[in-house]
Design a protein around this ligand. Structure first.
Ligand code: ADP
Length: 153
């Protein structure tokens, strides 16, 4: 069974994330959208709410599971028997960052393979960081987030 983990903060999930998962579905038997919990990091939305949004967004996708994990992504993949990581590339700064992480994960994860999809042009400007700035500034983030995500919590 080909299992991929799509790790991220999803703070909050954006339409860019959703598009990436949908495009990757034909490649895998199962995609685990997994919220990585870093105890040092401050998030805008609580873990429970980020997980609820993910559950709602992927409710109609039987091949998608939602989960959370702590510590190393590579160890989490080993634990659940996932041999693939899914990541998105929007621009060259994503590439520079992701290249190093994927090379590390190959070693730490004992051959864990990262599959990259280049974002579609209509999503390449969307990031959770920008969405958080819009929300904090009192703007309307609805063009960038799935309709079941209500940031007014
Ligand atoms: P992280 O905290 O690990 O950066 P994110 O939740 O911001 O987590 O992103 C998770 C993954 O989704 C990353 O691989 C990122 O490149 C990808 N991603 C984020 N936004 C988009 C987008 N608009 N289009 C395609 N991929 C995206």
């Amino acid at each position: 069974m080909k299992i991929a983990v799509f790790p991220g903060s999803f703070d909050p999930i954006t339409t860019g994330h959703v598009d990436l998962v949908k495009r990757a579905l034909p490649l895998f038997d199962k995609i685990v959208v997994a919220v990585g919990v870093n105890t040092q990091k401050k998030y805008l939305f609580p873990l429970k709410i980020r997980l609820d949004w993910l559950e709602k967004v992927f409710a109609d996708e039987p091949k998608v599971e939602v989960a959370s994990f702590q510590n190393l992504t590579a160890h989490y993949c080993q634990k659940i028997g996932a041999r693939y990581l899914l990541r998105g590339l929007r621009n060259s700064s994503d590439f520079d960052y992701e290249k190093t992480i994927s090379q590390l994960n190959d070693i730490v994860g004992d051959g864990l393979e990262t599959i990259f999809l280049i974002s579609r042009p209509q999503y390449s400007h969307i990031s959770s960081t920008i969405v958080r700035e819009i929300i904090k500034g009192g703007g309307d983030a609805s063009p960038f987030i799935p309709k079941m995500v209500d940031p007014k919590i």
